[in-house]
Design a protein around this ligand. Structure first.
Ligand SMILES: [Cu+2]
Length: 307
């Protein structure tokens, strides 16, 4: 709701589009019913039919727009279905031995031209605004990370004072114990990786996306980002994660036989945790990851105990 109001407040409708705005607002009010729902995980769950829980404002806006379009799609589909059924029954050959020869009806022609134009405008205006927002970071990035897609894993490079770069590949079952990642709820099969991309919470993060061999795509559903990774080209996307935790994504461009096995795992931590991890990771990445995991586990235990 909060994000929707914010999105509506930022909507810049032309003054002459009063009627459209009214239609839009009416549909929005109704859309809140679709938007309601319980908290969901930050990773896919079985039989999921909706988006993963948003962890950025951008994803909330995307989710809102998806629900908003349903308020046009469903009524139009039902209307067309009912009209078809009505015509099939009412104008069947046995009931109409002499078919009508009507070829023009000005009123109906105006309605079926203006109606779709209004619907398309109602969809196009918020859609273009959302698209513009996705390419317009609201503030300067505080952290820049380069993600390079390889067949079939990712390289991450932190563009900080002393560059830190490492490879991130799918976690093999045999390595779970040694990595301390035996909890499959936190580290799911096919999504967990050996080295997560660690970023600080509430920090504008720029991701430079490229590839070393074929086209890949860097996508994290909870953040609302999906950017093609193209060899010889650097694309840019951004996110500002609002909640600590691990968020999972996958390569989203068919890139070869192991396309399904190059997951993306982003660990969002507090700024202090990030700074100490970054300092330690430059000399000892596995050690820094272990220390970070131990600290987060400790925090979770305290939280569960209710302290
Ligand atoms: Cu790929």
């Amino acid at each position: 709701m909060r994000a929707m109001r914010k999105f509506l407040a930022s909507a810049r409708f032309p003054a002459s589009a009063g009627f459209l705005s009214a239609t839009f607002l009416g549909a929005c009010a109704a859309a809140t019913f679709f938007a309601g729902g319980s908290a969901r995980a930050d990773q896919p769950v079985e039989w999921e039919t909706t988006f993963q829980a948003p962890a950025t404002d951008m994803m909330r806006q995307i989710e809102w727009f998806g629900n908003y379009t349903m308020w046009f799609i469903v009524p139009i589909t039902v209307l067309v279905l009912l009209l078809l059924a009505f015509c099939i029954v009412k104008f069947r050959a046995s009931a109409n031995p002499v078919p009508s020869k009507t070829s023009h009806n000005t009123l109906i022609e105006v309605i079926w031209t203006v109606g779709p134009v209004v619907v398309l405008l109602c969809l196009a205006i918020p859609s273009f605004q959302l698209l513009t927002a996705q390419y317009t970071p609201p503030e300067e990035a505080k952290l820049t990370v380069k993600a390079t897609g390889n067949q079939w894993n990712w390289d991450y490079e932190y563009q900080t004072a002393n560059t830190l770069s490492f490879n991130s590949a799918i976690l093999q079952d045999g390595d779970r114990k040694a990595a301390g990642k035996e909890d499959r709820k936190v580290y799911p099969r096919l999504l967990a990786v050996d080295n997560e991309l660690v970023v600080p919470v509430n920090t504008m993060t720029r991701v430079l996306v490229t590839a070393a061999d074929v086209i890949h795509s860097f996508a994290v559903p909870s953040f609302g980002i999906k950017m093609d990774a193209i060899p010889g080209r650097t694309n840019e996307t951004w996110f500002k994660a609002e909640k600590e935790g691990i968020y999972y994504g996958q390569c989203s461009q068919l890139c070869g036989k192991d396309h399904a096995f190059m997951p993306i795992a982003v660990r969002v931590v507090s700024e202090a945790q990030f700074n100490s991890w970054l300092a330690a990771a430059k000399t000892d990445l596995p050690g820094a990851n272990k220390a970070l995991m131990a600290e987060i586990d400790g925090q979770n235990k305290v939280a569960v105990a209710g302290n």
